[in-house]
Design a protein around this ligand. Structure first.
Ligand SMILES: Cc1ncc(COP(=O)(O)O)c(C=O)c1O
Length: 426
């Protein structure tokens, strides 16, 4: 009824004329003028039905449960018979229930949730809360991090995304990821917050030294600085744990979730904080408003998603599929010199190639071989492999075979690297 009402060529022309011609030309240049039509589970079909791709991009975790997860579709359809978005100024049963559930599932004594429609807004809320609570201006993020494109979120990010928009708000600075000494030297009595993606995804899935997060916690405690972890990509089972930060047994003051929280059906993100911070919201209960933040229909969808990922065996499945990938990667590395290695927890994978131009080339080659996976924007030598968490063994093997064929192609055609356009895809 909705898919394929117009021929693909017409859609591309309309997109170019009325939405974003620049993107159409970049995707055409890359041979990726793919317009998703039918979508189901791990698969996406081009609108003309000519090819299908196994989705290892997953929009950074939005499609954690695949496309149109049946239990979530059912929950949302049922909810539509009874409720709507709700009025964000009023009290709400669905928000109360999602808040209660997140309090159970988030680390330590994290208790309260503020809901937003997207990840960047949820980061903005975290920074507002930390600044409002501490009454300090300083926010320290890490180089190569990515927290989204709204106001304070953008201010934490890289110049390549910020410097065309004039002066940023004061107080924002950066230190290298994984370097506790540099952080200790940067934090002072003016620092409201330290914000880190637990596993920086746009930098190609980096892992810090073992003692990094415990030391970040100590440094923040020493200065009464709030520690914010961004689990927009790494949370909700992606690493085989509910939250990636659990690996280091550290409780942040604020944890931000998004993407997968939507179940890919209804935009939803959450800024979850510990009780001490709530003094600020209790003194200012209407200081942050969002008409669509915590929409009741989205809460129903998020609750159904949480039900699914807390089913017995779910995290074990993620680990098992991660192990299957790992075995395959080891075998590929033994055969291809252009494989530099990989970084991985569960199904959060950065597959490293020896040359920065190889990431984009690999994205193109993988698409030709039936897999959608993109290079890391801040480290293009890395291909991000983020399949839906529901991926099955045969589908893991399909991805590994596509990698094999693509590595073979790149090894045989090094000249392809000269054709790589300069793109900026996140
Ligand atoms: C780690 C991280 N944080 C925040 C965001 C921003 O989320 P959104 O695009 O929903 O605003 C993203 C988006 O890619 C992200 O990867």
């Amino acid at each position: 009824m909705f898919i394929g009402q117009k021929p693909k060529q017409q859609i591309l022309e309309d997109y170019s004329r009325y939405v974003n011609p620049g993107r159409v030309s970049v995707f055409k240049q890359m041979g990726l003028d793919f317009v998703p039509g039918r979508r189901e589970g791990v698969w996406l079909w081009d609108i003309d039905g000519r090819r299908k791709l196994l989705n290892c991009r997953c929009s950074g975790g939005v499609f954690n449960l695949g496309h149109r997860p049946p239990l979530l579709v059912k929950a949302l359809k049922t909810a539509l018979d009874e409720i709507d978005i709700g009025d964000h100024m009023l009290l709400d049963e669905m928000r109360a229930e999602l808040g209660r559930r997140l309090a159970q599932l988030t680390p330590g004594d994290i208790q309260y949730s503020t809901f937003s429609p997207g990840g960047a807004e949820a980061i903005d809320v975290a920074i507002k809360l930390a600044r409002g609570y501490t009454q300090r201006p300083g926010v320290i993020s890490v180089k190569g991090g990515y927290h989204g494109h709204t106001g304070f979120a953008l201010a934490t990010g890289e110049d390549s995304f910020r410097n065309k928009f004039g002066p940023m708000p004061p107080g924002f600075s950066k230190v290298p990821f994984g370097d506790a000494e540099a952080l200790a030297a940067a934090v002072n009595k003016e620092t409201a917050a330290v914000i880190v993606e637990t596993i920086p995804a746009t930098s190609g899935m980096l892992f810090p030294p073992d003692d990094y997060y415990p030391r970040v916690r100590q440094i923040c405690d020493a200065w009464h600085t709030q520690f914010i972890v961004d689990e927009v990509q790494s949370g909700l089972g992606r690493t085989g744990r509910m939250w990636a930060i659990e690996e280091w047994d550290v409780v942040p003051d604020i944890l931000v979730s998004g993407k997968g929280l939507s179940g890919a059906l209804y935009p939803m993100s959450a800024t979850c904080h510990r009780p001490h911070l709530d003094a600020f919201f209790q003194a200012n209960p209407f200081i942050h408003l969002s008409s669509f933040g915590g929409a009741a229909l989205g809460c129903v969808t998020a609750l159904a998603m949480l039900d699914q990922i807390t089913e017995p065996g779910f995290m074990e499945h993620v680990q098992a599929m991660g192990n299957r990938f790992e075995d395959g990667f080891a075998e590929l590395r033994s055969r291809y010199e252009i494989v530099a290695g990989w970084r991985q927890r569960g199904l959060m994978i950065g597959f490293e190639l020896v040359d920065a131009r190889m990431g984009p080339a690999m994205s193109i080659a993988l698409a030709q071989n039936g897999v959608l996976a993109v290079f890391a924007n801040h480290r293009p030598s890395t291909i991000q492999i983020m399949p839906p968490l529901i991926i099955q063994p045969g589908e893991v093997d399909f991805v590994l075979e596509a990698l094999d064929r693509s590595l073979d192609f790149l090894t045989a055609h090094p000249g392809m690297l000269e054709l790589i356009p300069d793109v900026g895809v996140v």
